[in-house]
Ligand binder design. Structure first.
Ligand code: FAD
Length: 382
C-alpha cells in the first residue's frame, strides 16, 4: 500500500502550510478574543483557490481530488478551527452539494461566487428540537403555486450570519427522513432573520447562528434535488464532512504536539529542560501516536472517496477517533505547558476549547459509534 502523497499533493499541502503560518497563525489569539475572525481571510482563501477546491473549473472552481481537500483541512485545522469551519461548511457541505445535486442553472447561479469568496454558504439542518435525530426535523415547506413557503427555526448554523445562501432542509411530506426536501435560499429573502449565538466555549472566531424562517417564499427552481430527497443530500454531505472534521482535528492535534515539543525543550525546571523527564516524554509520545493513527484513518477514508468506493463507516471511524484524540492532545498539551497553558497568550487553551466541539457536530461521538455498530451488526441501535 502506498501511503505517500503525489508530488502535486505534497506541493499543495506545503502551499497550504506556508499560507496558514503567514495568514492565520499570527492572528488566532486576536480573533479569538474579538470573537470574530477578520473576514478578509475569505477573499485570501479564495485567491489561492481554496474555496473552489474540488469544484469543476467551468463553475469557477480549481478542481483537485478529495485527498487534497483533506490535506487543506489538516493545515487549516492546525491554524484555526474557525477558519477551517468557514471552508468545510461553505465549500464542503454547501458548494459540493450544489455541484452534486444542483441543476445547471443552480450551479451557474451559486458556484462561481462561492469559489470567488463573494458568497459563503451555510448548512441548515439542526433545529432546537432535533439535533442528532435530524430526520425528525419540523421546519415546513408548503407549496404555493410554483413557489414554496418555508417556516421554521434552525439553530447552531456555522457561517449563519455571514452566508449569502442557506442550504436548508425542510419537511415537504410525511414524517421521517423521506419527507424532507432541500432548498437553496438567498439569505436576504424576506422573512428570513438571523441571530448570532454568543458565549460559545470555543470556535469564537466563527459566526454560529439561529436562523428563523417566517413564510420565506422561494421558487420551485430553488429546490435542490428531488422532492423527498433532502435527507439523502444532507447525509451524503455529512459523510464527507466527517472526514473533513476528522482531518481538521488531526491538524489541531498536530499543532498542539508541535507547540508542546517546542515548549518542553525550552522550559527548564529542576535544572533541566522538562522534555528530559520521562513523564513529559510519555505525554508527547501518546500525542504523536494518536495523531498519526488518526491521520491514517482519515487518509484511508479519503482514499476510498477518491476511488469511488463506499466510505461511510470508515468516515465515522476517522471522525470518532480523530476528534476524541484531538481533545486528548489539547488536554495533554495544556499539561505540558503547565500554568502557561491555561492563559491565552499560548495557543493550547484555545485549541482545547475548539477541539471540544468536534466531538459534537456533524454527528456526536455516540452517533458515530451507533453508525459503526450498525455496520458491524446489521442492527440499528438508534
Ligand atoms: P442531542 O442530539 O440532543 O444530543 C445530546 C446528547 O445525547 C449527546 O451526547 C448525544 O450523543 C446523545 N444522544 C442523542 N441521541 C442518542 C442516541 N440515540 N444514543 C445515544 N446517545 C444519544 N448543525 C447544522 O445543521 N449546521 C451547522 O453548520 C452546525 N454547526 C454547528 C456549530 C457548533 C459550534 C455547534 C455546537 C453545533 C453545530 N451544529 C450545526 C449542530 C450540531 O450538529 C448538533 O449540535 C449535533 O448534531 C448534536 O445535536 P444536539 O446538540 O441537539 O444534541
Amino acid at each position: 500500500m502506498d501511503l505517500g502523497l503525489t508530488q502535486e499533493q505534497e506541493q499543495f499541502r506545503d502551499l497550504a502550510r506556508d499560507w496558514v503560518d503567514r495568514e492565520v497563525v499570527p492572528h488566532v489569539t486576536e480573533w479569538d478574543r474579538a470573537e470574530q475572525v477578520d473576514l478578509k481571510i475569505v477573499g485570501k482563501l479564495a485567491d489561492l483557490g481554496f474555496l473552489g477546491l474540488g469544484i469543476a473549473e467551468e463553475f469557477g472552481g480549481s478542481g483537485g481530488d478529495f485527498l487534497s481537500y483533506i490535506l487543506m483541512m489538516e493545515e487549516l485545522g492546525r491554524g484555526d478551527t474557525s477558519v477551517r469551519g468557514i471552508v468545510s461548511v461553505s465549500l464542503g457541505l454547501v458548494a459540493k452539494s450544489i455541484q452534486a445535486y444542483g441543476t445547471d442553472a443552480q450551479k451557474r447561479q451559486w458556484l462561481p461566487g462561492m469559489c470567488a469568496g463573494d458568497t459563503l454558504g451555510c448548512f441548515g439542518l439542526t433545529e432546537p428540537g432535533t439535533g442528532s435525530d435530524a430526520g425528525s426535523l419540523t421546519t415546513r415547506a408548503v407549496r404555493d403555486g410554483d413557489d414554496w413557503l418555508i417556516t421554521g427555526e434552525k439553530i447552531f448554523i456555522t457561517n449563519g450570519t455571514w452566508a449569502g445562501v442557506v442550504l436548508v432542509f425542510a419537511r415537504t411530506g410525511g414524517p421521517g427522513p423521506k419527507g424532507i426536501t432541500a432548498f437553496l435560499v438567498p439569505a436576504d429573502a424576506p422573512g428570513l432573520t438571523r441571530r448570532e449565538i454568543k458565549g460559545k466555549l470555543g470556535l469564537r472566531g466563527q459566526a454560529t447562528a439561529e436562523i428563523n424562517f417566517d413564510g420565506v417564499r422561494v421558487s420551485d427552481a430553488n429546490r435542490l434535488g428531488r422532492e423527498g430527497g433532502g435527507f439523502k443530500i444532507a447525509m451524503s454531505a455529512l459523510d464527507k464532512g466527517r472526514i473533513a472534521v476528522a482531518s481538521g482535528s488531526v491538524g489541531l492535534a498536530r499543532g498542539c504536539l508541535e507547540a508542546a515539543v517546542a515548549y518542553a525543550q525550552e522550559r527548564t525546571q529542576f535544572g533541566k529542560p522538562i522534555a528530559s523527564y520521562q513523564l513529559v516524554q510519555e505525554m508527547l509520545a501518546d500525542m504523536a501516536v494518536e495523531t498519526d493513527a488518526a491521520r491514517l484513518l482519515v487518509w484511508r477514508a479519503a482514499d476510498l472517496v477518491d476511488r469511488g468506493r463506499t466510505f461511510g463507516t470508515e468516515a465515522s471511524m476517522a471522525k470518532l477517533f480523530a476528534t476524541e484524540s484531538a481533545v486528548k492532545a489539547a488536554n495533554q498539551a495544556i499539561q505540558v505547558f503547565g500554568g502557561y497553558g491555561y492563559v491565552d497568550e499560548f495557543p493550547v487553551g484555545k485549541a482545547m476549547r475548539d477541539a471540544r466541539v468536534t466531538t459534537l457536530y456533524e454527528g456526536t461521538s455516540q452517533i458515530q459509534k451507533l453508525l459503526i455498530g450498525r455496520a458491524l451488526t446489521g442492527i440499528s441501535a438508534f
